[in-house]
Design a protein around this ligand. Structure first.
Ligand SMILES: Nc1ncnc2c1ncn2[C@@H]1O[C@H](COP(=O)(O)OP(=O)(O)OP(=O)(O)O)[C@@H](O)[C@H]1O
Ligand SMILES: [Mg+2]
Length: 253
């Protein structure tokens, strides 16, 4: 079999050329990084869990009409996705203060916010993904005003969906990050959710105990990361062993 062409290798995933034009294969690695890759580790099983969990969330989004890149899962670590042109932003939605926001504003972690707050970081590892105002984004041409309105609307729909799904299994969605990409149907451009949705990119706290079930377990040395992600997967019914419960991919054209 001919070797697949590697398109990009990031910190957590590898992208390979897909079987058809406009598709990619996304491979989930076991590597974990934090603090702009100053802290690194390989955490056995993380990639398998994130592949499953991202499939679960993206399929759920498709089912409520939120467009995203997921096409189908291929195996334990790989999924077929639509290739997009990534907008160089981390789109962050916060429901409770935590992490950099808590630090910046001197808020106690867990303080409820008056409403969901959407913020943007410019994706540039060398600069440490700095927070940027919408005005910069438009002035520098990374996205138009219309794009930004669409991105905020998409982000808030993802927030409502994820908040509800997580609440249903006793987990509080504190905040999360998504990436958005452009696809073209002839001359018509659309924005869709891309990258991944997993405990690597969310803050998830047990509603009863406050126990952290996300990448902060790794960032702050709070225990075994795979155990935390396994707990999320178990509650959602998407454990790797539980193949028959996996949601069927549903593609919206
Ligand atoms: N559907 C898609 N089409 C094209 N690129 C994508 C798609 N989904 C995600 N990507 C990009 O693929 C890469 C995934 O790799 P990974 O998350 O490991 O990167 P990373 O090390 O976090 O680096 P980056 O700072 O670029 O995100 C990211 O650069 C992401 O923006
Ligand atoms: Mg990434």
């Amino acid at each position: 079999m001919a070797r697949r062409k590697k398109i990009y290798e990031g910190k957590a995933k590898i992208l390979y050329e897909g079987p058809e034009p406009g598709t990619l294969v996304q491979y989930f690695k076991d590597d974990a990084t934090a603090f702009n890759a100053e802290k690194r580790a390989t955490i056995e099983g993380k990639g398998v869990l994130n592949n499953r969990l991202s499939e679960f969330f993206m399929t759920g989004l498709s089912n409520i009409g939120v467009p995203n890149h997921f096409i189908k899962r291929l195996n334990m670590r790989e999924q077929l996705i639509r290739q997009v042109e990534i907008i160089p932003l981390e789109v962050i939605v916060r429901n409770f203060a935590a992490g950099s926001m808590a630090k910046r504003l001197g808020l106690e972690e867990g303080t409820p916010l008056p409403r969901p707050i959407v913020e943007f970081s410019y994706k540039d590892d060398a600069l440490g993904d700095p927070l940027v105002p919408e005005e910069y984004i438009i002035a520098f041409g990374w996205a138009s005003q219309q794009d930004m309105d669409d991105i905020v609307a998409l982000a808030l729909r993802v927030n409502d969906f994820l908040t509800g799904v997580m609440f249903g299994v006793g987990i509080k969605l504190v905040d999360f990050k998504i990436e958005i990409g452009r696809i073209w149907d002839n001359d018509y451009m659309r924005l869709i959710v891309a990258d991944e949705i997993s405990p690597d990119s969310c803050r998830l706290w047990d509603i009863e105990t406050g126990q952290k079930l996300d990448k902060d377990v790794f960032r702050r040395d709070l225990g075994n990361l795979t155990d935390a992600y396994t707990e999320v997967a178990r509650r959602l019914g998407v454990l790797p062993s539980n193949v028959t419960h996996a949601a069927k991919p549903h593609v919206i054209n």
